[in-house]
Ligand binder design. Structure first.
Ligand code: AMP
Ligand code: ZN
Length: 444
């Protein structure tokens, strides 16, 4: 079998055929560094990571590029609010972002590219678009004329309304606002000291042109894979395609892969609902970052995933149990070809990681199987769960099972049983603390 991926552009699972045999150019939209990345954002970076690791597992050489959006509407506003320079402001969040990636065992991309370092590339791209008649100057900036680009909206399956002549300056807008969008925003007082004096005027780039310029700078005018979560299909990726293809006359990206959203029980994770969760929050509750990684791997990357503490607890139980069983496995220096083949098949089917996890579990549970240790090592190159590292076992799964049992007893007001279970956990060397967020457990 060969690798098949779901391509948003064609809305089909397609066989993956890179432009250059054996080599994959892959671009992922990186963070806008104006705040901490929440665990929803991090789900998407976990998806990028196992996509890259899967491609490497299948034998491809991957050149992975990720940008850092360090200038846009939100970063400028944020730095002004904190009364620090744009650079000081964005660097702080960038550092925290990479700490989070590291904690989640996400491999750093081969190239990390900052918008503020690529202004000349953006200006050159805009100049090209002006020359070819796709861009025009208005009083507040330079805009892309969507009427001029024949296939505008194809990625998002939208029908263009040719009668629209309005413009939109904001970086983010919704489908009802299919309008000419800003490539370059002329300087206004609100921008403070953030501007570049260039041939196309004093100002700053729009968000969409940033990714077109940065991806093509490293990967060339056409490349294989572009990723993000579903929210980026419109307008961001739609506009990236328009700008890039209008400028080069070539196909920009062959395969568009979009990850599903992480949502809360009550719906979207948003500041206004006060339900935004960061990695630091779940660590404070006693979870290990890789418990969260495990949780993400239990859902297909395109499916929505609902975050609840119960789901995370259940992921932690499985993950810790898995690690405990693996810690007893000896290395017989063989590999289990059948199991590895099944694992590969799951990956090749549009990265079916939940299925791949099941294959791992079957191998681990199979008492007669040979070559377990080396096969797990190979599988973990994709899963990234540090399965063979003993030091990441914090609290054994058996202890969590008792803690969960006690929680249930408490819910049922069975105080006697709850006390007995607490005592049992105590005797085994662990301590339970009841907090307003539920029971926390640690080694005494
Ligand atoms: P941003 O920093 O807002 O540009 O977002 C960074 C990445 O996170 C982008 O790829 C978004 O598509 C993605 N993203 C934003 N919210 C969520 C969410 N709730 N679940 C999954 N991915 C998300
Ligand atoms: Zn982008």
């Amino acid at each position: 079998m060969a690798l098949k991926v779901y391509n948003t552009l064609t809305r089909k699972k397609q066989e993956f055929k890179p432009i250059k045999e054996g080599y994959v150019g892959m671009y992922s939209c990186g963070p806008t560094v104006y705040n901490y990345a929440h665990i929803g954002n991090l789900r998407t970076y976990i998806f990028n990571d196992f996509l890259k690791k899967s491609l490497e597992f299948l034998g491809y050489k991957v050149n992975h590029v990720m940008n850092i959006t360090d200038v846009d509407d939100k970063t400028i506003k944020g730095s002004q609010k904190e009364k620090v320079s744009l650079e000081e402001f964005t660097k702080k969040y960038e550092r925290i972002f990479f700490n989070d990636l590291n904690a989640l065992n996400i491999k750093k991309p081969n190239h990390i590219i900052h918008a503020t370092e690529s202004i000349t590339d953006m200006v050159n791209l805009i100049k090209k678009l002006i020359k070819k008649g796709y861009a025009y100057k208005a009083e507040d900036g330079i805009y892309f004329s969507i009427d001029k680009f024949k296939n505008y909206g194809k990625l998002a399956n939208l029908k263009k309304n040719n009668s629209l002549k309005e413009r939109i300056k904001n970086d983010e807008y919704d489908k009802e606002n299919m309008r000419d969008f800003a490539l370059w925003k002329f300087y206004t007082k609100e921008d403070g000291n953030v501007y570049w004096d260039t041939e196309i005027g004093k100002g700053r780039p729009g968000w969409h042109i940033e990714c077109s310029a940065m991806s093509m700078k490293i990967l060339g005018e056409s490349f294989d894979i572009h990723t993000g979560a579903v929210d980026l299909i419109f307008p961001h990726h739609t506009n990236e395609i328009a700008q890039s293809e209008a400028a080069t006359g070539k196909l920009f990206v062959k395969y568009w892969l979009h990850g599903g959203f992480l949502t809360m029980k009550e719906g979207k994770m948003s500041k206004s609902l006060g339900n935004v969760v960061y990695l630091a929050n779940i660590e404070k509750k006693g979870f290990y970052p890789l418990d969260y990684r495990y949780m993400c791997l239990t859902a297909h990357y395109r499916s929505p995933l609902i975050f609840t503490i119960e789901n995370l607890e259940s992921a932690r139980n499985s993950y810790q149990r898995l690690k405990n069983i693996i810690s007893e496995i000896r290395d017989d220096k063989k590999t289990n070809k059948n199991s590895l083949e099944e694992f590969k098949k799951a990956i090749e089917d549009d990265l079916n990681i939940p299925k791949a996890l099941q294959v791992l579990w079957s191998l681990v549970r199979d008492e007669k199987a040979q070559g377990k240790y080396q096969t797990i090592r190979k599988m973990d190159e994709v899963l990234g769960l540090k399965l063979l590292e003993k030091e990441t076992i914090i609290v054994p799964a058996e202890i969590y099972a008792l803690v969960n049992e006690r929680e249930n007893a408490r819910k049922n007001k069975n105080w006697k049983l709850a006390d007995e279970l607490r005592e049992k956990v105590n005797e085994l060397g662990y301590q339970i603390n009841d907090t307003e967020n539920g029971a926390e457990v640690k080694k005494k």
